[in-house]
Design a protein around this ligand. Structure first.
Ligand code: HEM
Length: 449
């Protein structure tokens, strides 16, 4: 039986190790020689299992990413779309719904949390194929060159997506271009590489799992761990060292890393008491108990809102997109408060994965403001903020979003005046809307028919 095979003595192992560093006769020296790589657990089985876990995870991350993009209603207006020239890549676009109200919260929580949780699995997968990075000769044939190119897209794409995603959720916004554009196109490059990769490797995955079984390999502890038989993929070391960890040990290690990341991240999306566990969240865990004590991404000071803009002289302009329409109506805050008020319980959910608990927002329904402007069936509304610059100083909302009875121009929250940082004198709040489209410090609403 394989596990009864006598193990080589220490001196034999030392000789093999020295041989590996020198390189076997006819081999390239150092990491370019196959026998430099001595882990006895490297091989198609471990790579396949890690690949399958990644496949399940990145598929969800990809789909939720596409849905997140669709949530901005990019087809409605160029203002909503920072990824110009998407062409066919925008094929899946549809009008983003307002029900269920937690839709965007769950979508983004899943996208960001799962992305983070997959990092240890991705690192383990890349470790499992590390010798391939040093493969020599690097290009053997035109077909091999094409495969290497697809790997460049795959590995480069996945690194790019993870790095830009992590920087963004840590509020590092200094990208050489729009994060949305970079992350959107990066995702398609990565997925193109992934489709080719899975196509090329699917036979290896099936063969390897059929030959060794999933559970059978997992039964082996470190003492019983044996290298896989040499195979055409050349991942199996020709000079394997003594095992220091079993394959199930590697999977458990990566899985524990994933669980730890889950434990210190998920609270920012789940909210409630679990918010305190979100140690990696940049918004802090203890926000206070006041009516306005919930997350703020950008304060009034950060976006340059000046006190005189939000004082007694502030007026909301309600009008038509076309200048040919009637002159806009100008409403003071007192006049807005004198209109019929409505309260809606809605969370704010950010593209960066965090979300607030449900807050009680009170204000005027957007559809009532449309009617005031003389439009009972608006096709869209352009919302402008007092902000002087920035991609999200304005947004266009769809007909469905305007007409939802819980879509408000909010003036109060949780029974108190909105704080300046939450958008005083007035802000938009719409069910299932991405946080940045719930425009703060609203200056004007211009409806289109
Ligand atoms: C983030 C995604 C992934 C990355 C970055 C990645 C990266 C790599 C790299 C660089 C190689 C070495 C390629 C070579 O030169 O032969 C490889 C091999 C492999 N990958 Fe992936 N991979 C990913 C996802 C997957 C998925 C989803 C599967 C399967 C469902 C998979 C299965 C395999 C298999 C079977 C091998 C070959 C192992 C062998 O040659 O014995 N990979 N992967």
């Amino acid at each position: 039986m394989a596990d009864k095979k006598p193990r080589p003595g220490r001196s034999a192992l030392a000789r093999r190790a020295a041989g590996a560093l020198r390189g076997h006769p006819g081999e390239m020296p150092g990491p370019f020689g196959r026998s430099f790589w001595r882990s006895p657990i490297r091989g198609p089985w471990l790579t396949s299992v890690l690949g399958l876990i990644l496949l399940a995870g990145v598929s969800v991350v990809f789909v939720t990413g596409l849905l997140s993009y669709a949530a901005y209603n990019p087809d409605l207006d160029r203002i909503n779309d920072t990824t110009h020239g998407k062409g066919l890549l925008g094929f899946y676009l549809f009008s983003w719904p307002t029900h269920p109200v937690w839709l965007y919260r769950v979508n983004q929580g899943l996208h960001v949390t799962l992305g983070l949780v997959l990092i240890p699995i991705l690192l383990a997968k890349l470790w499992s194929v590390l010798p391939k990075l040093f493969e020599w000769p690097p290009l053997r044939s035109p077909a091999h060159a094409l495969e290497r190119l697809s790997l460049l897209l795959l590995v480069g794409g996945v690194m790019f997506e993870f790095v830009t995603g992590i920087l963004n959720i840590q509020q590092y916004y200094k990208f050489p271009g729009s994060f949305y554009t970079l992350h959107f196109y990066g995702a398609w490059v990565f997925v193109a590489g992934l489709v080719v990769h899975v196509g090329l490797k699917s036979r290896t995955v099936i063969r390897s799992l059929r030959t060794h079984g999933l559970v059978r390999m997992l039964r082996d502890d470190t003492a019983h761990t044996r290298p896989e038989p040499p195979d055409s993929s050349e991942l199996v070391s020709p000079a394997p060292a003594e095992p220091t960890i079993s394959r199930r040990g590697v999977l458990a290690l990566a899985g524990t890393g994933s669980l730890l990341l889950l434990a210190v991240t998920a609270g920012q999306s789940l909210g409630g008491a679990l918010r305190r566990t979100a140690l990696l969240a940049p918004h802090g865990q203890d926000l206070g108990n006041g009516p306005n004590d919930f997350q703020i991404n950008q304060t009034a000071a950060e976006v340059g809102i000046r006190a005189e803009q939000t004082g007694a002289g502030w007026r909301l302009s309600v009008g038509h997109v076309l200048p040919a329409g009637p002159a806009p109506i100008r409403l003071s805050r007192a006049e807005l408060l004198a209109m019929e008020q409505h309260t809606a319980h809605l969370p704010i959910a950010c593209v960066e994965g965090w979300s607030t608990d449900y807050q009680a927002w009170t204000g005027v329904r957007l559809r009532d403001l449309a009617r005031l402007a003389g439009i009972s069936h608006p096709a869209s509304v352009l919302v402008d903020s007092l902000e002087g610059g920035g991609t999200f100083r304005h947004a266009v909302l769809s007909a469905g979003q305007i007409m939802n009875p819980d879509s408000l121009l909010a003036l109060r929250v949780n029974g108190a005046e909105l704080s300046l940082d939450h958008g005083y004198p007035a802000r938009v709040i719409v069910p299932a809307n991405p946080g940045v489209h719930n425009t703060k410090w609203v200056a004007s609403l211009n409806f289109a028919t």
